[in-house]
Design a protein around this ligand. Structure first.
Ligand code: AMP
Length: 491
């Protein structure tokens, strides 16, 4: 199938050709005709499937064909859970729409609102926004939705996970009832289906990946190991396999910092990316990782969400995520657009339950391989003080107010500015598949350690990266602005 056959107009075909795309991805082949037909769409598609072009191209076409309303109001609204995704989607709108006379802007929290207000005043056809800042702008009467034609909810599952349901409902209330709705989600839980019921109308359902599965091109396996030996094992794996570009996931920001320091001490260039880092630091870490100056990028789940790094060969779960769906998101960073990739999980005895949850979700048993010299000990090895080196926390506020207790929303929404990498077909990257098997993989201790006795130690498993999950945003001020908003006009 070619893009021509999808009914796209010449300016869009030209932009697509300039991007070097010759064949529509499966999600594009299914979604583009449905959106062009004016239908509502509910699509199950992970990042990396080409979903952004799947909704952006037909929206651009429909808007360019219809008469532009007076006063230049917003005609299409794309809601995303994170800044980085907003920035990436905004870039795609720019890229695919570059031969059309349509305008776009991206708004998210954490930066000044006034330039955004000015940009909106000048007239914007397509607005990409995170929910919090959008509500702020609406409250300040900087944006009107009177003429809205299309609403896109991108990564709806993550929106719910990050507690944006109330913000979304508030936004829905101020949109015109008659509009086209497109809902994209990596997974379709019951919560998403419930939300969808109140948004989409007789939708065309599109699914390009079986529910909750990783791309088939990603090879996955598990290394059982004592918790205390994980840093040494990771360093060993990077060195032995000569991994040149590894995205490593930790559960906590502190854990990411600590591991980064350790790797650097081992002579492996590493950088951490998480919500406590400044925007500049995150942007720099990502740029260095993309251009090869940093070999290991250590990230928390939320910080890594939506990162678009072409041809990332290697993902390592230094710790398994608490929420099984995050495993699918994590390993979705590799094996994108049909490329092959590898996802390795370092799993200690206390992660038995998480592993079982993941295997249930993906309906697949992960191959387990013990690395010689890193065999797990029956009791799980020495305890690890996960707070070691952590700066002392500020005293909690008395009085139990909701701002004074509980975890702060972590930087889900913050990002690195969402840069895209150019096409890296990285010479130096040696895919570990080349090396698989040449190191210590012989002994399969599967089952004995990880799935054996549940020896959860009750350690402090500080869980900053998933802390915001399920937290309810009550809307209004002090929403932790996390997401609320920063950002930039796009043109
Ligand atoms: P997305 O799932 O929208 O984040 O897209 C993932 C990546 O695939 C992006 O880097 C796109 O530029 C790229 N992409 C999107 N559509 C195509 C296509 N039809 N052919 C090749 N690459 C594509």
């Amino acid at each position: 199938m070619s893009f021509d056959s999808l009914g796209l107009s010449a300016p869009l075909l030209k932009a697509v050709a300039e991007e070097g795309y010759d064949t529509p991805s499966p999600i594009q082949a299914q979604a583009i005709p449905a959106v062009l037909d004016g239908r509502d769409v509910m699509a199950a598609a992970q990042t990396g499937t080409g979903k952004t072009a799947g909704f952006t191209l037909p929206i651009l076409q429909r808007l360019s064909e219809a008469q532009r309303p007076n006063g230049r109001p917003v005609r299409a609204l794309i809601l995303t859970p994170t800044r980085e995704l907003a920035a990436q989607v905004g870039e795609s709108v720019e890229t695919y729409g570059k031969h059309l006379p349509l305008t776009s802007a991206v708004v998210f929290g954490g930066v000044k609102i006034n330039p955004q207000i000015a940009k909106l005043k000048s007239g914007v056809d397509i607005l990409v926004a995170t929910p919090g800042r959008l509500l702020d702008l609406h409250q300040q009467k900087a944006v009107s939705f009177e003429a809205l034609e299309v609403l896109v909810l991108d990564e709806a599952d993550r929106m719910l996970d990050m507690g944006f349901i109330h913000d979304i409902r508030r936004i829905l209330k101020v949109l015109p009832a008659k509009r086209q709705n497109l809902l994209f989600s990596a997974t379709f839980s019951q919560d998403i289906r419930n939300l969808a019921k109140s948004i989409v109308n007789d939708p065309v359902e599109v699914s390009v990946t079986p529910r909750n599965t990783a791309a088939a091109t990603v090879t996955q396996w598990v290394h059982p190991v004592d918790k205390s030996r994980k840093p040494a094992l990771l360093s060993h794996l990077i060195q032995t396999h000569q991994w040149q570009q590894v995205l490593v996931f930790t559960r906590t920001k502190h854990g990411a910092n600590r591991l980064t320091k350790y790797l650097e001490g081992q002579g492996i260039e590493a950088a951490a990316i998480h919500g406590n880092k400044s925007q500049n630091a995150r942007t720099k870490a990502l740029a260095d990782f993309k251009n090869g100056d940093v070999r290991a990028l250590v990230a928390t789940d939320i910080a890594a969400r939506g990162l678009d790094i072409d041809q990332l060969p290697q993902v390592v779960n230094f710790e398994l995520p608490n929420v099984p769906e995050d495993y699918v998101h994590r390993i979705g960073r590799t094996g994108r657009a049909g490329a092959s990739g590898q996802a390795v999980s370092l799993v200690s005895l206390d992660e038995k339950k998480e592993l079982a949850g993941i295997e249930r979700l993906i309906s697949q048993r992960l191959e387990s391989q013990t690395v010689s010299g890193f065999e797990p000990t029956p009791g799980g090895g020495p305890k690890v003080d996960e707070n070691e080196g952590r700066p002392p926390r500020p005293p909690r506020r008395q009085g139990g107010g909701r701002n004074g207790s509980g975890p702060q929303r972590s930087g889900g929404n913050r990002s690195d500015g969402g840069q895209r990498s150019g096409n890296r077909s990285d010479s130096g990257q040696r895919r570990a598949s080349d090396n698989r098997g040449n190191d210590n993989r012989g002994n399969d201790n599967r089952g004995n350690e990880i799935r054996g006795n549940d020896n959860r130690s009750g350690e402090n498993r500080g869980n900053e990266s998933t802390a915001p999950r399920r937290r309810r945003s009550r809307g209004g001020r002090g929403r932790g602005s996390g997401n609320g908003g920063a950002a930039s006009g796009n043109r």
